[in-house]
Each structure stands twice: as C-alpha cells, then as structure tokens.
Ligand binder design. Structure first.
Ligand SMILES: [Zn+2]
Length: 303
C-alpha cells in the first residue's frame, strides 16, 4: 500500500496518525525479542451455527446493553449500484442512502480457506484521492469472513471481528492507526477466559505464534509502509497482553470499570488513546516487558 492509499484509508476510517517512533522504542524491541519458538495449537471441530451462538452469548455477558447496529449493504447491492456507473460523489450518496442498520450478529458469515483464527470483517473501500468525498462516506459492512477450519477458536475469532466492526462504525474512535487491533485482541482473550483458563492459554499461545510470524516479516529499525500492517499487529498485540494482564489480575471493580470504558469506546463516547493513557498502557511504561515475560511463562501451553 503506498503513502496516498494509506492516507485515504485514514480519511475513510478517521485515523489521524501512525506512531512512527515505535521502531526505535526500546520496550517494543524488548517485547519483540521475547517472541521465540511459539507454536500453533489445534482444537476439536464444532458446528458453524454453534460459533455464532456462543460468540453472541459471550458478547452479551460482557456488554448486555450495548447497541450493536452497524450499516450493512449486501455485496450484490453494492455491485448493482456500481453497474449504473455513477459519478463518485453520487455513488457515495447512493451507498449512504441504501445502507441499512443491522445488528452485527445478523451480518452474513462467509467462509474462506483458512484456520480458525483467520477472520476479517468485510467493508467497503472507496478508492479516490479526494479526501472530502471520503469524509462523506459512511463505513458500510458487507459480511464477516471466517476460516473454513471451524472449531472453538472460531468463536474467539468471531468476537474479534465483531469488536472491529463496532469500533470502526464510529470514525475517529482510534487515533493511532497502529492501535487498530488492540481492542479486538483484548476481547478475544476476554472471550477465551469466559470459556475457561485452558482456552485462554490456547488463545494466547496461538496469538503469540501469529505475532512471531509477523515479527519475522519486518526489518528491524525501519518502518516502511509495507511493514505497517505487521507492525500494527505487534504494536496492538503487546499492548493488548498488557491491558489483559491488568484486567485479569484486577479487582472485580477494576474489571467492571475496564469493560465499561471499552463499551464507551464502542459507542463512540470515548477515544481509545484517552482510555489507554488513563490506564498507563504504553511502551513508555517498563511494566509492559515484565508483563509479556510473565504472560509467556504462565499463560501459554507448555509441552
Ligand atoms: Zn483484527
């Protein structure tokens, strides 16, 4: 993705900056060094319909009162609008007009070749150098995509994608583009924890394996635009482990407070970065390295 495309994505989703200083941050480098010899673990298959049912139950237990509506348009309708060959501003006006609110748990699920921790939420990307047109575009989702290997980890992946959708529906809820994966990553662990400690270990072990793969894709000391996607997972990933550790060992009062704040972020009433600052979740806090070390020692699967 080139610089201009990146800027466009920023305008469409309301991001404001990328923390370019991260490549030189010592605590980030220390976290990277802790990633070695992780493995991927598999679990027993379950029925597709069970995935959504369990995901919804877990989500409801954490956020019983949260409005879950997102804007939706089926791919076929988007294609039909495209076929009329409208001008871009007209196209966006039509999309904004046709899109309808839908409970994110009603979004169509599509499956593509992949593992149970592979997933994404499909949304409309509009390609134009005109920022003012992009600013008018609303964020419209078409479906949630899951890997064809369906097992209990697919539940966690579904929760992860639901959080992406609810976060991205409110443009500007996340300022630093590198933080995009943080809440999804945190809630996948929270979801695993409510399934049991063993599932948490499995989720953390697989996530660390995934991060190690991302680490091997980046060059040390530089932050080219091509590498930003990998950085995004690593940057968000370590911060999510840090936040989750504080959550898990915290009092019931603190746990409830963290979930309440996350719910405010998902409603568009609080900016993620302000929440992180209030909890001192950052790479300038040396505890992040100790926390990751402890997580690797105590919360991963040992053979
Ligand atoms: Zn994600």
């Amino acid at each position: 993705m080139n610089q201009i495309e990146k800027k466009l994505k920023f305008a469409l989703y309301g991001y404001q900056y990328i923390d370019y200083s991260i490549a030189e941050n010592l605590n980030f480098q220390r976290c990277l060094q802790l990633l070695s010899n992780h493995r991927r673990y598999k679990t027993e298959p379950i029925a597709q319909s069970e995935v959504i049912r369990i995901s919804e139950k877990i989500f409801y237990d954490y956020f019983p009162n949260l409005n879950r509506e997102v804007l939706h348009l089926p791919v076929e309708e988007i294609n039909a609008i495209c076929k009329t060959l409208p001008e871009l501003d007209q196209f966006i006006a039509l999309l904004n007009q046709e899109a309808r609110y839908m409970d994110i748990y009603q979004l169509p699920i599509v499956y593509s070749e992949g593992l149970s921790m592979d997933g994404k939420i499909n949304k409309l990307l509009i390609d134009t150098p005109h920022i003012e047109i992009l600013n008018q575009a609303r964020v419209i989702f078409s479906s949630i995509e899951l890997g064809t290997k369906i097992d209990y980890l697919s539940v966690i992946t579904h929760v992860h994608e639901v959080i992406h959708g609810l976060l991205e529906r409110n443009k500007g809820s996340v300022k630093n583009y590198l933080n995009t994966e943080l809440l999804s990553n945190f809630m996948e662990k929270a979801a695993a924890l409510s399934m049991g400690e063993d599932w948490l270990k499995l989720a953390i072990s697989n996530r660390l394996f995934d991060l190690e793969e991302k680490k091997n894709k980046i060059e040390f000391g530089s932050l080219t635009l091509d590498e930003i996607e990998s950085y995004q997972y690593l940057y968000s990933g370590f911060l999510a482990e840090f936040l989750f550790d504080i959550y898990q060992k915290g009092s019931l009062f603190l746990q409830k407070q963290i979930i309440r704040e996350i719910s405010k972020i998902l409603k568009g009433d609080l900016i993620l970065e302000d929440f992180l600052e209030s909890k001192e979740i950052s790479y300038y806090n040396d505890d992040i390295v100790k926390c990751l070390k402890k997580t690797i020692e105590e919360k991963t699967i040992k053979l």
